[in-house]
Design a protein around this ligand. Structure first.
Ligand code: KG4
Ligand code: ZN
Length: 353
């Protein structure tokens, strides 16, 4: 018997993603991004994102089916990101997934967005090592996860206590006069700069912070420090060395991300680490992480770029793993939960009173 064909729906932020996966084989990964609509605001505007999901949902489902050469009648199960994410944006995807599941008469699997970011690598590099660690860095989240079992046990070790890593890239890019989203521009400009030119602060690495926030991150102090440095230059009427500022800022971010990820692995005796999220595209982050993992004997996995950023295939991948592990489907009244905890791989079901 062939494995079930799973359709995955992702709408937690600014990407409308529909993926089609059979078992662990990727058949289609259609994504419509509303990033251009948010550019002039310098960040994702939730209401704009929700409306864009509404407009993109049906055409993206159609594109995924045509890319995979299947029809909706071939779909055996529907998986959807139920949280965490932007409330209105999530609602669009959850409503679409419920409608598809009900209309097609197939089971629905609500899943956790962060778990899906981890699960996606089965499509690129095969079965996930269990246990494993995952460092997820994007515009919306920065998480260090300990994953003994992707279908039943995901633990949050740490997360950002203020800005997400990608958000810090975007804000600093703005200060340096670079376009939104700023991450790729900082990455490019930094390659011509000196990462040791300015010693920017490494958030939550002081001894006291390492006691309370061992695996947590903080980037807002770093961002303010860059702003102050740039403004002091401008006040003095001196030119801002954009490449050096970009390289020094980037070094401060990736230094902390890589140091804490490697520490988490060695302290937990987990020697497999996966990197994910849009910031995983950063050249210096990959370089330093590879270097530090190699030194510590940690095997590093990085899914290919279009699977690292938000997409529907990752949701379908986690759905397929849940089905293969024999999990029950979700009821049709699962909520969209904007603050769904990491450890909750499946959404909590409202209990009728
Ligand atoms: O996962 P993603 O596509 O979507 C959301 O977070 O919604 O991540 C986008 C984030 C943005 O903040 C962007 O600036 C950042 O990833 N990013 C990068 C790079 N490419 C994208 N940050 C640093 N270096 C890059 N090369
Ligand atoms: Zn994400």
């Amino acid at each position: 018997m062939t494995e079930p064909l799973v359709l995955g729906v992702e709408s937690s932020c600014d990407e409308t993603g529909i993926g089609l996966v059979r078992g662990t084989t990727l058949l289609a990964n259609a994504v419509a991004s509303s990033v251009d609509l948010h550019a002039r605001f310098g960040g994702v505007v939730p209401e704009v994102a929700s409306r864009a999901h509404l407009e993109a949902m049906v055409p993206t489902v159609q594109r995924a089916c045509s890319d995979a050469g299947v029809t909706l009648q071939d779909v055996d199960a529907v998986a959807v990101t139920a949280g965490p994410g932007l409330a209105g944006a999530l609602l669009v995807g959850v409503a679409a997934a419920k409608t598809l599941a009900l209309g097609l008469g197939v089971p629905l699997y609500g899943v956790n967005h962060l778990g899906a970011h981890v699960a996606v690598d089965v499509l690129d590099h095969g079965p996930l090592p269990q246990p494993m660690m995952a460092l997820l860095v994007s515009g919306g989240h920065t998480n260090l996860l300990h994953v003994p079992d992707i279908t039943s046990d995901i633990r949050s070790l740490g997360e950002t206590i203020d800005d997400a890593a990608g958000e810090a890239f975007d804000k600093v890019a703005r200060v340096l006069g670079l376009p939104y989203p700023g991450g790729p521009h900082i990455d490019r400009v930094a390659s011509g700069g000196d990462p040791t030119a300015i010693r920017f602060p490494r958030g939550l690495t002081a001894r006291k912070d390492m006691e309370r926030h061992r695996y947590d991150f903080s980037f807002s102090g770093l961002k303010s420090s860059v702003v102050r440095w740039v403004q002091a230059r401008e006040r003095a009427g001196e030119p801002v060395p954009v490449a050096d500022v970009a390289a020094s800022f980037q070094e401060a971010v990736v230094d902390v991300l890589t140091a804490k990820a490697v520490l988490a692995c060695t302290e937990h005796g987990v020697m497999d680490l996966q990197l994910g999220g849009g910031v995983a595209a950063n050249g210096r982050l990959r370089e330093l992480l590879e270097e530090r993992c190699a030194k510590a004997g940690i095997r590093l996995r990085v899914p290919r770029r279009d699977l690292c950023t938000d997409n529907g295939a990752m949701v379908a991948a986690l759905g397929a793993l849940l089905i293969a592990a024999g999990h029950e489907p979700s009821p049709l009244d699962i909520p969209a939960d904007s603050s769904q905890p990491v450890g909750q791989i499946r959404p909590l079901v409202r209990v009728a009173s």
